[in-house]
Design a protein around this ligand. Structure first.
Ligand SMILES: [Zn+2]
Ligand SMILES: [Zn+2]
Length: 198
């Protein structure tokens, strides 16, 4: 099931925008020859929405938007069979020899004590704020001003049954302001356009 909607409105010089979507998919159907009618853990659920506002003038606009995304989806067919794989080094009698194998013994045992039948899934969340502006003839000597900025906060969890196996987090800031010198200014100031006073 997927649903989506959006709405835009204006109040004087302010433009508002909102949109959202939601999708929820059950496990896939598979042919009977798989020995089951559903592919276990192939489900996926996601939602996103965005809210934005812009201030619009006769010289351009500046606006900001907030976007949020959430998703949870299964990892079909996961297995702990390789969780026990480990390396051995042999200082003696064969220095440099390294063995990798996937048979448990001694202290090398499956690190997860929950069964393969537990659901393994990804749970992710992303938040983002964008700032954007474009103006013409806003500042003397410059034909245009362009403003771009964003902040992203992303996180996803890898979960196996009751166990949080790993968590990835990422935070990114990005920003840029571009001033384009007007032709008259470029001619007078050459490549020193920004440092050159009016
Ligand atoms: Zn071993
Ligand atoms: Zn598992």
């Amino acid at each position: 099931m997927t649903t989506a909607g959006r709405v835009t409105a204006a109040m004087g010089p302010i433009a508002l925008h909102a949109e959202g979507s939601y999708s929820d998919r059950e496990d896939y159907d598979v042919p009977d020859s798989y020995g089951t009618d559903k592919l276990r853990d192939s489900f996926a659920e996601s939602s996103s929405y965005a809210l934005g506002a812009s201030w619009v003038t006769d010289k351009g606009y500046i606006g900001a938007a907030y976007t949020r995304q959430d998703a949870e989806y299964g990892l079909p067919g996961h297995s702990h069979a390789n969780g026990v794989c480990h390396l051995h080094g042999y200082p003696f009698p064969a220095p440099g020899r390294i063995d990798l194998h996937c048979i448990g013994h001694g202290s090398y045992q499956n690190p997860l004590d929950n069964p393969d039948s537990d659901t393994a899934r990804i749970d992710l969340r992303s938040e983002r704020v964008d700032l954007r502006g474009d103006f013409v003839d806003l500042l003397p000597g410059f034909s245009s001003v362009r403003i771009r900025g964003s902040y992203t906060n992303y996180q996803h969890d890898e979960v196996d049954g009751p166990i949080l196996c790993s968590r990835y987090k990422n935070e990114v800031w990005d920003g840029r302001i571009e001033l384009t010198a007007s032709p008259a200014r470029s001619e007078r100031c050459g490549r020193r356009a920004i440092a050159c006073l009016p």
